[in-house]
Design a protein around this ligand. Structure first.
Ligand code: C2E
Ligand code: CA
Ligand code: CA
Length: 587
């Protein structure tokens, strides 16, 4: 006995009201063919029809498409429908008894065609039913042709098809696409010890779990044996690939018992990333394979990049990420202080606090390596709080020891400024330490300013009102508007060190420094030049009326103990020089 067909949903795309009516009647009368009849949706133009398919393509079982729509030319409509949903069968309704048109429709992917004049309830229903059934078996065949029978993942051929498509798409974007291959360690032992059925179950289990953890846009295939491959498009950086690899590793790590046997499997992983590795699909996969073999040999750990440089960079970032949070709370981050001096007297007038990280092995890591990661992970707020508390505590200890202090400038990143409570936390830390607010300045960049104007301004207003100084860092490299500068409660502009470095040989750079100095004076801000390395620069900066100087010419950033000595001897020198001046006056 024939299975009763459930009520299919049919989308009729037709602009002629008379034809719509006729089709409705034919469907209703032919409804005796199924127990439940059908659901009919009508779209009167192509755009509307495509929209419906886009919206709920799965709910439509077949499309009846009029070939003469007002907003489609020839077979455009058919192509648009196929693009919107390639899985739904389309029956073309033609007006004229034209065999050529009909054949052409079939060549464009239509499942069948009917001449409107010939539409009878029975023929219409039969055409619909056959189209649906045929499409189903076509889809099933296609699925079988594309899948690996054991795991249900893409087979090798289908995987390469997906990879080619992803590479095409990546070429048109600014993003990266990773090929991540992995294989199961010691699968041969599992097969030998427990039999192939257990080995197969393990492969199935790994495939199932790894696939479940992927993004919708990623594709995973089994390339053969125990080797799997993933293509992950739309990545912002090559580093994202290592996250995918890590995830695979963690997922497989959670598998213990399979088919009643404790297997606790592990995988080795190799990565190649396009377009950093600008190779065709097959070469990319073989590159990822090469990295995989390195992992297999346990050289460089269970995950490796094909590219050596990328490999090193990714590993370094990975280590940083892994250890950073613990080391923030463990107090392994601290500040070095770089003196800032008066441009005429060279007296110590301030210092910039610069973050350093002493890792567990005792290696000091520069902020350029960890600040971007701290920002990306959001740990910058915790880090900033720790460093601030450290600075406040050290200033307090100087006061306690009777050592005269100078204001310390702390760098604040955009993520901190976005936090509404940032200023309040800062003020609290200062109050708690019992130091004066003017002992602290903050340095923010122009891009921070313009990226979160509202919150930033609120934060800055509060800081300013209690007397904390606000300096714009790296000035000249961003784009802040003059009106913004005028309206903000600023105290100083720091001329970016690249201009200072270039100013003695490049007139353009010198003119920029000149313009910044002039602007700064007009707006009554102090000007600080950073990165001062030689006397020629000092001469020029002084002539331009820059107020304060900072750079290796005076001192590199130093540990707190050394900074304390500088403050102490600075005070002694100042005392000495006043004595001399007094002696000179009395002489
Ligand atoms: P920055 O704020 O522009 O800091 C000045 C950088 O220039 C420091 O590098 C300093 O060591 C370096 N420098 C000082 N004098 C000279 C010189 O004469 N010549 C040259 N070539 N360089 C000089 P450092 O310490 O590596 O800091 C790099 C960047 O890291 C800083 O740039 C800042 O953007 C960021 N940073 C440092 N500490 C912190 C922090 O606590 N929080 C945040 N958010 N960022 C920080
Ligand atoms: Ca700075
Ligand atoms: Ca700077």
């Amino acid at each position: 006995m024939q299975q009763p067909c459930p009520a299919p949903t049919i989308l009729l795309i037709e602009d002629n009201p008379g034809d719509i009516r006729l089709t409705e009647i034919a469907l209703r009368e032919g409804g005796g063919e199924t127990e439940a009849g059908c659901q009919l949706a009508v779209a009167t133009c192509l755009r509307d029809g495509v929209e419906r398919l886009d919206r709920n393509g799965e709910a439509v079982d077949a499309v009846l498409l009029d070939i003469g729509l007002p907003d489609a030319n020839g077979f455009d409509g058919l192509i648009a429908i196929r693009n919107a949903n390639g899985d739904v069968p389309v029956i073309v309704l033609t007006g004229l008894s034209d065999h050529a048109v009909a054949t052409e429709a079939l060549r464009h992917g239509a499942s069948d065609y009917l001449e409107k004049a010939e539409i009878r309830p029975k023929t219409l229903w039969r055409a619909i039913r056959y189209a649906i059934e045929r499409k189903k078996s076509e889809t099933e065949l296609l699925r079988l042709a594309n899948t690996d029978p054991l795991t249900g993942l893409l087979n090798r051929r289908a995987f390469f098809e997906q990879l080619e498509a992803a590479l095409d798409q990546t070429r048109r974007s600014e993003l990266a696409c990773a090929v991540v291959v992995f294989d199961v360690d010691k699968l041969k032992d599992v097969n030998d010890l427990h039999g192939h059925a257990v080995g197969d179950s393990l492969l199935v289990e790994i495939a199932r779990r790894v696939k479940a953890g992927l993004r919708r846009t990623d594709s995973i295939g089994r390339l053969g044996g125990d080797e799997f491959a993933i293509v992950a498009p739309n990545l912002r950086s090559a580093n994202a690939a290592i996250e995918i690899a890590e995830k695979i590793r963690r997922t497989v790590d959670t598998i213990r018992v399979v088919a009643g046997v404790d297997l606790s499997p592990s995988v080795s992983i190799g990565i190649a990333v396009f377009p950093m590795d600008d190779s065709p699909a097959d070469v990319l996969v073989s590159h990822a394979d090469m990295a995989l073999y390195k992992s297999k040999a346990r050289r460089g750990g269970p995950i490796n990049y094909y590219d050596q440089r990328m490999d090193r960079a990714a590993k370094a970032r990975h280590v940083i990420k892994k250890n950073m949070l613990g080391d923030i709370s463990g107090g392994r981050f601290y500040l070095e202080y770089q003196p800032i001096v008066d441009a005429t007297s060279f007296a110590l007038v301030g210092a910039e606090g610069l973050a350093r990280w002493c890792d567990a092995a005792g290696k000091v890591i520069a902020p350029g390596e960890f600040i971007p990661i701290a920002e990306e992970t959001g740990w910058i707020s915790a880090l900033g709080r720790n460093l601030l508390a450290g600075a406040c505590g050290q200033i307090r200890s100087l006061l306690d020891d009777g050592i005269p202090t100078v204001p310390v400038s702390l760098n604040v990143s955009a993520a901190q400024c976005r936090d509404h409570s940032f200023a309040l936390q800062l003020v609290n830390a200062v109050v708690e330490a019992g130091i004066e607010p003017r002992a602290i300045n903050i340095e923010i960049t122009e891009s921070t300013l313009i990226r979160n104007v509202e919150t930033t301004v609120r934060n800055l207003d509060l800081l300013k009102s209690v007397g904390i100084g606000i300096h714009i860092d790296d000035f000249g490299t961003g784009y802040s508007s003059l009106s913004l500068l005028k309206d903000l409660p600023l105290d100083a502009l720091k001329i970016d060190r690249t201009f200072v470095a270039d100013m003695t040989r490049d007139t353009g750079a010198r003119q920029i420094v000149e313009a910044i100095a002039e602007l700064s004076h007009k707006l009554h801000f102090r000007t600080i030049a950073e990165g001062v390395e030689n006397d020629q620069q000092i001469g020029l900066l002084r002539r331009l009326g820059v107020d304060h100087l900072q750079g290796y010419r005076f001192s590199r950033p130093v540990r707190f103990e050394k900074f304390r000595d500088m403050l102490r001897s600075g005070a002694a020198a100042a005392a000495g020089s006043t004595t001399t001046a007094r002696q000179q006056r009395s002489a």
